[in-house]
Design a protein around this ligand. Structure first.
Ligand code: FE
Ligand code: FE
Ligand code: FE
Length: 171
């Protein structure tokens, strides 16, 4: 999540739920800008397609978050996600690096998996808060996104282990 500013008030679990929702909303919005650059930088076609597919999924994930804002009668607002800013900055290092294509692809995967793990932590927490608060429809939507993030993480591992890392090792 973003840094809680000194004037953030967390009196109820609903307050924390909203704070985390706004943080993930910001994180996903940032990813829709970052993923096209990852896609462009990737040399392996499977990796490129994987980023492209996850960009489309990310757009759907943003729509789910907007539905949840709607359920709690709030306008979608962004709370700066400092962690995602940092993870994207690390991804940019991989994007801008020179060198061997396969080693660079391995670096893109390493950065992308850090992003997925952050999202998995965030969505897992938010889904569990939703369940606790009796927001079953929201919990279902958050679980769908969590499943997508986990599947993306697994797919990245598969591409790394089966193709990219062995090729990078030969560089
Ligand atoms: Fe965050
Ligand atoms: Fe996402
Ligand atoms: Fe993701």
């Amino acid at each position: 999540m973003g840094l809680l500013s000194s004037n953030t008030r967390l009196d109820k679990l609903e307050d924390l739920f909203l704070h985390e929702l706004e943080d993930l909303y910001d994180a996903e919005k940032r990813l829709t800008k970052a993923l096209p650059l990852m896609m462009e930088a990737a040399k392996n076609p499977k990796l490129k397609m994987g980023f492209e597919q996850h960009l489309r999924e990310t757009e759907g994930q943003i729509a789910r978050l907007e539905r949840i804002f709607d359920m709690i009668n709030r306008k979608p607002e962004r709370e700066t996600c400092d962690a995602m800013k940092g993870l994207i900055a690390e991804g940019n290092e991989a994007i801008n690096a020179r060198g061997n294509d396969d080693v660079r692809d391995a670096a893109l995967i390493a950065a992308a998996q850090r992003v997925e793990h952050y999202e998995i932590a965030g969505y897992g927490t938010l889904r569990t808060f939703a369940k606790t608060l009796g927001m079953h429809e929201a919990a279902t939507l958050l679980q769908q996104t969590l499943d997508e993030e986990e599947a993306t993480d697994k797919k990245l591992t598969e591409i790394a282990v089966s193709i990219v890392n062995p090729r990078a090792e030969m560089a």
